[in-house]
Write a protein of this length. Structure first.
Lengths: 471, 471
């Protein structure tokens, strides 16, 4: 390893290589906050440096883990003792904005929020948005195919990537920096690197598609008396707000009541006795007219009995206060510690039955358990927060089985937007067929035959146990 | 071959196998109308039959070509004498529409128009649309990542596919029929089969994402005095119509004048002396308000001097009459025979210079040549129709070089939406790097090591000439 590190240092300069105790001052994981255990952290400043580093690593058979903003939730950026971390923290440039075609070229280490601001400063809008925007990076967003709050309108990260550049395990640079909205010239190889969590290549740069900003915003919180009413509202919103509907976030009573009345972290804008709460947002280009449409829809929903109470935001502060309830992950963690957090998708119509059954089974298997539910209902995506008394391995496994078990029969997914990483690897086969997983292995084998890139992540390896991996 | 065909007939029944003279009654190619030359045409009725057929073909090393509606423009469905055609014409079922999640599951042989109608009959909308809608199939749309007229609003086919099922060269069925809007569980293997033109697998079924239908429609034809005005209008439309902007189609004067004044195929709604014409369409959910927004934008564009004359459609018939000028491919073929048709993308700002240079160079290389230009300007996509006096191989090559040559430096593409097929294979390297093409070969090798699926298409094979391929 020493000879390899000497070679790498010659490529990236001493400032590009972190060794010894300084490595442990970094985290291994956002969730645990445990110190990084890698041998060293390599910080290239450009694609050529990274390619040279990977050529050395490939020759030496040295496994690497790529790290972005380290805000992932499935241990996808976690490194073992014998691994090198590739950090893109010195590759953060926002390179070119094309104002006519509406494209933005950036280095992969650029934080999402910086990219959003760069677009906004020139009259454009980059629509991907999530809570970790200040820390998470574009490269991480690409590698995990990030979702977030505006998917119902704008899609996930995959839809925003026109082109990208990636370094393969052997140091080959795949420069696929397409800026065209339409390009059917050959296989769309960039798709390989989107959502594959750094296991097929290291994303170094990307061309992002920008949108024109909207100028109107309407936000409301609705108290909803039942699930059928909830789906009626969802259908009504799709029909009546059309493409302006940008968010449709559900909170089960468990979530709303906990964060308002119970913990007192938020003044409840509506009483906490409804079974469901819906946070609805529409963005358009004509405030007066859009507000009329929005209010008229809510009024009709109210008259139809689908909404029992509602509050509309009349200022940015009110809007933020409504979102704060939905987004108060800190409050959830604090109240439910030790917390298991899940991110699943399933058909919307199956949601109430799924949640109800889960609640019953949790109570049977781990009496006193607590289940709190919110999610992006328009996307079929629920986030489940569970306290089952303990977070030991047995409890975790028991809870995981209850959460993931029913998804296969429902045609759902064990990961809607967080990815697989290490966290869900053993459950991948629940929602992917053996043939699909075999094909994933074929791709991994074709692109990274030595298994150097983010090894053990995403794909189940039958021969290796978790213990071996964490050395 | 006879033994193989006997085995295949046992799988698909006599009705599923076409042999002998009946094969030649089918076309080999939409463009030439030449008779099909394949050994036989295999028509499975379901995925299991097709898988069994491919297991036989794989064992025998038998190459196959998959055919959908045969409306492709790059010879992607053309079969050689020693190949079998796999036709999905008996796999046309529209299977399930989920009204809550908005998904539609169909067999790959279903024609696009049938799928559009199936969605509409249950209050939904499938937004992909192109001229060949009556004949082209969903499987073909997927395999070519079809574009069409509404890409600026709805994206290409890739965006509409939630899940798919495909049969690999060895008969393995990859069932990836995801119905979730969000599913980050492992590699998104379906992407491999979208836009790879049947070279990596045979798409057999798909889950499509539906949209809510719009209820308003505004269409206008604008005469535009210059290219700068054209881009100002495009930017203005994006800003003022937001997500409602569904089409922004440009016609150079060459196109508009030919099809109206010159050929007299269409009564010119505007005089034919403007350099550019823009067909603009917006779809929304509030006819009165949307029309106000639309008219107000056009009025302001007129006052800014960006529009010299305009006509708005006030009925479905008027709307169709405007679209008919833009979509009159038959007129183009008739007037420009022998015709070379091209489909390229390039940065919008580079378009006028590119077209002007091309016109000059054509005149120099093939005096008397004629160039007619239209396209989807919002997508950066131009369609070029060229008559250069002859369609012999030398002329073709000379024209191709002029059309494709400048695209590399501009960051454009030799294929925006038609694909590569055989037609553009020799030019792929103009807009893809050697590393990208090597990666495409790696994928082909990994998924179809015997090279049985739609061989010679898409990827350049240095060792084989066109003559060898057409045996």
């Amino acid at each position: 390893m020493d000879a390899l590190l000497t070679d790498i240092q010659a490529i990236v300069d001493p400032s590009g290589l972190i060794r010894g105790e300084a490595v442990g001052q970094r985290i291994n994981d956002w969730l645990s906050g445990a110190p990084c255990r890698a041998t060293a952290i390599v910080r290239p400043t450009d694609t050529q440096q990274l390619a040279a580093v990977m050529r050395c690593c490939h020759a030496a058979g040295q496994p690497v883990v790529t790290q972005g903003g380290m805000t992932g939730l499935v241990h996808g950026g976690q490194a073992g003792r014998d691994e090198l971390v590739i950090s893109l923290e010195r590759m953060t440039a926002v390179e070119t904005l094309d104002p006519l075609d509406g494209t933005l070229t950036v280095q992969a280490g650029a934080p999402l929020e910086i990219v959003q601001q760069a677009a906004a400063s020139q009259g454009w809008h980059f629509p991907l948005d999530l809570g970790a925007r200040g820390s998470c990076t574009i490269g991480g967003n690409i590698s995990t195919n990030a979702g977030g709050n505006r998917v119902i309108r704008h899609g996930m990260m995959r839809q925003h990537v026109l082109g990208l550049e990636a370094v393969l395990a052997d140091g080959t640079v795949i420069s696929s920096l397409n800026r065209m909205l339409k390009n059917n010239a050959g296989y769309d190889v960039k798709q390989l690197f989107i959502g594959s969590e750094g296991t097929l290549g290291i994303v170094t740069r990307a061309v992002l598609r920008l949108q024109r900003p909207t100028t109107s915003e309407n936000t409301a919180l609705l108290a909803v008396p039942g699930f059928e009413a909830l789906t009626s509202i969802l259908n009504g919103l799709r029909q009546r707000l059309g493409a302006n509907l940008t968010a449709c976030e559900v909170m089960w009573q468990s979530h709303y009541r906990l964060l308002t009345e119970e913990l007192g972290r938020h003044t409840p804008p509506l009483s906490a006795d409804s079974p469901y709460y819906l946070l609805v947002e529409a963005q358009g280009i004509d405030q007066q007219h859009d507000e009329q449409l929005f209010s008229a829809a809510l009024k009709d929903f109210f008259e139809a009995g689908w909404v029992s109470d509602a509050v509309m935001a009349h200022s940015g502060a009110q809007r933020q206060a409504l979102w704060a309830i939905r987004e108060d992950i800190e409050g959830l963690i604090q109240a439910l510690r030790p917390l298991f957090a899940f991110d699943v998708s399933l058909p919307i119509g199956s949601m109430p039955g799924y949640v109800e059954t889960l609640e019953c089974e949790l109570a049977a298997v781990r009496p006193g358990s607590r289940l709190v539910v919110f999610g992006h209902i328009g996307d079929g995506n629920l986030h489940l927060s569970i306290n089952a008394g303990s977070d030991d391995a047995d409890t975790r496994q028991a809870v995981e089985r209850l959460v993931y078990g029913p998804l296969a029969a429902l045609g759902g997914s064990v990961s809607a937007e967080h990815g697989i990483g290490l966290e869900k690897r053993d459950y991948l086969a629940l929602c992917r067929s053996p043939e699909e997983i075999a094909l994933m292995h074929t791709l991994k084998q074709a692109l990274d035959p030595k298994g150097l890139l983010n090894r053990h992540k995403v794909l189940p390896f039958i021969a290796c146990s978790r213990q071996e991996e964490s050395t």
